[in-house]
Design a protein around this ligand. Structure first.
Ligand code: SF4
Length: 130
């Protein structure tokens, strides 16, 4: 595997509570909860885009520029097939206002006063007009 200098997700174990909110937003399935903490499974699965950062309620996720394995789209596709039936990679998120799940209605990540959460598209107008 080629080593390159690039942006990649960094997880602060001290801040991570293992809540799992960062697992679903990762389109590559690169994050798993292991021994109660989030971890990047393999460097080549993380593209460093950082979509997981905004949903972490504790600020445990950042990106850093460092030497790592290069991002590998083929490895991601193989990995996604491999985890398709593994529930630990598919935390079902709920709307924090009405409780509907992401399987029933699309959810969007929101951040307010330092807190991150998910709200469904039906409840977003309530937030906008409140
Ligand atoms: S969202 Fe943050 S606190 Fe929760 S598991 Fe992921 S890194 Fe840890």
């Amino acid at each position: 595997m080629a080593k390159v200098t690039r942006k990649i997700v960094k997880i602060n174990d001290e801040l991570c509570t293992g809540c799992g909110k960062c697992v679903s937003p990762c389109a590559e399935g690169a994050i798993e909860i292991y021994n109660g903490k989030a971890r990047v499974l393999r460097e080549e699965l993380c593209d460093g885009a950082g979509y997981c950062l905004g949903v972490c309620p504790t600020g445990a996720l950042t990106t850093e520029e460092r030497i790592s394995d290069d991002f590998d789209e083929r490895a991601v596709e193989e990995h996604k097939r491999a985890i398709a039936n593994r529930p630990e990679f598919h935390h079902i998120m709920k709307c924090s206002l009405c409780g509907v799940t992401e399987n029933d209605r699309p959810l969007l990540p929101i951040k307010s006063k330092g807190e991150s959460d998910w709200v469904c598209v039906h409840c977003i107008p309530r937030l906008i007009h409140s």
